[in-house]
Design a protein around this ligand. Structure first.
Ligand SMILES: *C/C=C(C)/C=C/C=C(C)/C=C/C1=C(C)CCCC1(C)C
Length: 241
């Protein structure tokens, strides 16, 4: 087999490699810190590690897929998201459980995230002509999560779960509102006519490259950053038993 070289201006491959390494390092960190984590927060920090670990494995695959084919690993990308985004919903449930979060709240969050991701996949892969409609449906799922975290049940429960949980939920809320909003940008860049019929990047290969870079940067920010907020909470909340 020919040895695959990465051109120095291949930013797509670069972000796939650095994404793989960052996710691996974050996973090792979260897992090794479990021993020094109070019992009450151990599951939350474990889930942080699982999120980056699942991403690390997918990035490892996506990195070689992209290098060997030069194409976007859209399928692996969505398998990764469909596992990790619901786990982020689990994080919201776990940190508000102390204040009485019900399992129904977890299902609402997970359901909204599935609507968001399945519609995104359909728009990117199965029905590209309908990409605007699918993008809008996906956006409804997204804004419902934003609503729950900022004004709905998650935010209300967080207020009664102690100052540290309230603070962490605010920060996580910013991740969802700003960090997650990077993804639709990738979708718009990579999907033909994704912005209400407007094609931002004309060349297909260039459009896919732009999309992958945007997704890779967003994943690093959101998965590792999200986990670190939970980790910081596990250190600052002294109400832990
Ligand atoms: C670790 C992976 C995460 C946090 C992935 C999040 C993905 C999104 C918030 C995707 C959202 C989308 C829309 C809101 C509309 C267009 C289609 C998507 C799926 C890119």
């Amino acid at each position: 087999m020919e040895h695959l070289k990465i051109a120095s201006d291949n930013y797509v491959a670069f972000t796939f490699f650095i994404g793989t390494m960052a996710m691996m390092a974050a996973s090792v960190f979260f897992f090794l810190e479990l021993n020094n984590t109070s019992k009450q927060w151990r599951t939350s920090v474990l889930v942080s590690g699982l999120i980056t670990f699942i991403a690390a494995v997918h990035y490892y695959y996506m990195r070689s897929y992209n290098l060997e084919t030069g194409e976007s690993p859209t399928f692996f990308r969505y398998v990764d998201w469909i596992l990790t985004v619901p786990l982020m919903c689990v994080e919201f449930y776990l940190i508000t459980k102390k204040a009485g979060a019900k399992i129904a709240l977890l299902w609402k969050l997970i359901f909204a995230s599935l609507v968001m991701l399945v519609a995104g996949y359909v728009g990117e892969v199965l029905d590209r002509d309908g990409s605007v409609l699918w993008g809008v449906i996906s956006g409804i799922g997204y804004f419902y999560i934003v609503y729950l975290v900022w004004f709905g049940e998650v935010s209300k429960l967080a207020q009664t779960a102690g100052a540290q949980v309230a603070k962490a939920t605010k920060v996580l809320g910013w991740f969802v509102l700003v960090g997650w909003a990077i993804y639709p940008l990738g979708y718009i860049l990579g999907t033909p006519g994704g912005l209400f019929g407007i094609q931002l990047v004309q060349d297909t290969a260039a459009a896919h490259n732009a999309m992958d870079i945007v997704y890779n940067v967003a994943d690093a920010i959101n998965k590792i950053g999200f986990g670190l907020v939970i980790y910081a909470l596990s250190r600052s909340d002294k109400s832990a038993a």
